[in-house]
Ligand binder design. Sequence first.
Ligand code: NAD
Ligand code: MG
Length: 392
Amino acid sequence: MKQIALLGATGSIGRSTLDVMARSPQRFTLAVVAARQDDVGMAEICKRFAPARAILVDPEAAARLRARLRDLDIETEVLSGKEALCQAAADAEIDVVVAAIVGAAGLASTMAAVEAGKQVLLANKEALVCAGELLMAAASRSGATLVPLDSEHNAIFQCLPQGHARPPVGVSRLWLTASGGPFRGYSRDALQAVTPEQALKHPNWQMGPKISIDSATLMNKGLEVIEAHHLFGLPGSAIRVLVHPQSTVHSLVEYIDGSFLAQLGSADMRIPIAHALGWPERIESGATSLDLLKLARLDFDEPDLDAFPCLRLAFAALDAGGTAPAILNAANEVAVDGFLNGQLGFLEIAELVNEVLNRVGPSSAHNIDAVLDADRAARDTAEAILKGVTRG
Ligand code: NAD
Ligand code: MG
């Protein structure tokens, strides 16, 4: 029985993970669940899975959850605060930590799990973007295994030999596929007036709001390029992006002999989640099988960097190195919130990120404090610019 800590349990990845776990109850025990403040969602999870502990970072939400569980006669212990999150991720009883918190908010708990040598199923790409070198170094010190949940990286992981070196031997390039999001084919002009409602409607995937907006701007693919660089140890010049509207080929590995290996499947996050939970064995995911005859064709295209400059900004931040990716990520988190709140237009997301990258110069990302300082400076700068924009 693997003891699982599921961080970000109430979110889209969290729910899909619970769905997969429930299909193999003989393999997994849900020991700990954690989220920010959704006490109603958390109470439902506790009712169904009876975990030993539930953490809500927000203390008032944790108090509401405690009251709900008392009324339901459920014995799950309720904790609150960020410290509890990190302690749970490093707890000796836990075998597997599913890191599915959104944003840099997941960095500390992901790092705690890695330092404690856990098997870490990583959805929280922002943690790797901000502190990739530090996380990978901590993993090699502690012996932690990182299994990617992000569909592209999970696909690449599946296309590499087991126990591959970093960088993998004989690989010339990694090809990350991108659906292109809801605005694929739009010109810059057409993007001027798009609304959060339109941007949240992803054509192929059902996801949380932040990653849905990132998919619409292609920042998601930019973050994934940086994520791939850290996970697989290849430089940005060996990582390419292909727009593939069917979201069927989840990514490809090109070998020096000209072979391409790809992983295909329906667009259902339960597939990479089941792969990572079961790894190195295979377990059921509940996803519908891919109907290749119905699919009939696969299209591939180049991304339009003029209409979607976020992807270019991410490649540039990876090249700049140091804290540049942490600055890019923090500015983007503020910009996405600003767009969702109606403070910024769609095209202004990239403009704000670019402006913050220009104002907050990158420095060396030698320790976690340097990364957190850069994250803070970028957020403060982005918020100050945003206030100016709103006032104007
Ligand atoms: P979501 O918004 O649906 O869920 C986010 C979860 O994180 C919630 O449980 C929330 O309570 C928790 N959370 C947010 N802020 C927190 C904080 N400060 N402290 C503790 N918990 C906090 O997001 P999602 O779509 O499930 O995405 C989660 C992560 O997985 C993101 O990094 C995303 O990029 C990545 N990812 C998601 C998908 C997808 O299909 N949804 C695919 C690939 C990668
Ligand atoms: Mg992805």
